[in-house]
Design a protein around this ligand. Structure first.
Ligand SMILES: *Cc1c(COP(=O)(O)O)cnc(C)c1O
Length: 363
């Protein structure tokens, strides 16, 4: 059957050109006589790969000079502990609960300080975003945490909150795991952003942290050295061995993004893909998406069949049509189409065509 359209939430679809390049370079990278995974992380070959990746990412995301880019490990979930270990100073932290991922972050941070819920959309089943004007932000807050794209509930902040305008001096911490590089970031509103690579940047194993310099150097004394942002930054993310192969592949993805017009062009493509899918869902009498219009995710589109007894038939037909991994997260059920940067418009068109045909057979 060849390569399918893969709607997995993560690890997820990669640009085919990147996989081909990695395959071509697998045994002998640029005449070095080695695969990238066989190189010393301190050798000049890998250092050049690392520096190119960091520079390309800084350029793509327009990361200002007073932010450090760290390539870490442990995934988004480890950052739920690493962030409070580095930023809380044992004090209070405010969380905005908009779905499963921000809930997890709040729970984990409670091990390192006092967490407070500034706002929650739980009563609405996480189908809306609480209006920032209603957030209860503490004056003594060490930081305010949001998940800017809730991968499971399909809720996205289309604009980051301006905490200063809300009367708070606390830095904003953003979990952008599942929509990093899908749109531009207003760094003037951000203190720290983190994300696992396996949704939109590359293979699992690499965790991206972008942190304002003045927030480093205040880690709790029991914070593991390998997770102390200041130490990691001082050692160019090589305090210990970084996930070298994942960094290399992410670097190829950054090159691919640049070649295809950068983040602005990617954002336009993502808008076109999401609009196609949501417009179809809204016009259908079989499928439904329950998320409020103003906060629908461009990356993760959960939807339900109004007749849930047809779920298995829907998934089996999709698989036969080479449309994979559409089953929704077990905590919410239904279906989910993740349409990250590397999902071409063709893939969303094929999905919509299949869904339209399936709906006809249900009449
Ligand atoms: C996937 C995901 C995580 C967890 O990432 P791991 O790499 O599995 O730890 C955290 N936050 C969000 C928003 C995610 O989508």
């Amino acid at each position: 059957m060849g390569r399918a359209f893969n709607f997995s939430a993560g690890p997820a679809v990669m640009p085919e050109a990147v996989l081909q390049q990695a395959a071509a370079e697998m045994l002998d990278w640029h005449g070095s006589g080695m695969s990238v995974m066989e190189m010393s992380h301190r050798g000049k070959e890998f250092i050049s790969i690392y520096e190119q990746a960091e520079n390309d990412l800084r350029e793509l995301l327009a990361v200002p000079a007073h932010f450090k880019i760290l390539f870490m490990q442990g995934g988004g979930l480890a950052e739920n502990a690493i962030v409070p270990m580095n930023l809380s100073q044992g004090g209070a932290m405010d969380f905005v609960l908009t779905g499963s991922w921000s809930q997890k972050s709040e729970k984990e941070a409670g091990k390192y300080g006092t967490t407070r819920v500034a706002a929650s959309a739980q009563a609405e089943g996480f189908t809306t975003l609480p209006d920032p004007a209603t957030w209860q932000l503490g004056a003594d807050s060490r930081y305010v945490h949001i998940c800017s794209n809730e991968t499971i509930h399909g809720v996205e902040f289309h604009e980051l909150p301006d905490l200063k305008a809300l009367g708070s001096d606390a830095p904003l911490v953003v979990d952008f795991s599942s929509h990093v590089a899908s749109r531009s970031v207003d760094w003037s509103r951000v203190g720290l952003a983190f994300g696992g690579a396996q949704k939109n940047l590359g293979p699992a194993g690499l965790t991206l942290v972008i942190v304002r310099e003045d927030l480093m150097g205040q880690a709790l004394s029991h914070c593991p050295s390998a997770f102390d942002y200041k130490l990691v930054a001082e050692n160019q993310s090589m305090y210990n061995t970084p996930p070298t192969y994942s960094i290399y592949i992410a670097g190829l993805v950054f090159q691919w993004l640049k070649k295809h017009g950068g983040i602005a062009a990617m954002e336009q493509r993502n808008i076109a893909k999401a609009t196609l899918l949501y417009d179809f869902l809204d016009s259908s009498s079989l499928y439904v998406n329950k998320v409020a219009m103003n906060c629908r995710s461009r990356m993760n589109v959960p939807f339900f069949l109004r007749d849930e007894s047809r779920n298995d038939a829907f998934l089996a037909g999709a698989k036969a049509a080479n449309l994979l991994q559409l089953k929704g997260h077990k905590s919410v059920g239904g279906m989910r189409a993740s349409i990250y940067n590397a999902m071409p418009l063709d893939g969303v068109q094929a999905l919509v065509a299949y869904m339209r045909e399936f709906e006809k057979t249900q009449a």
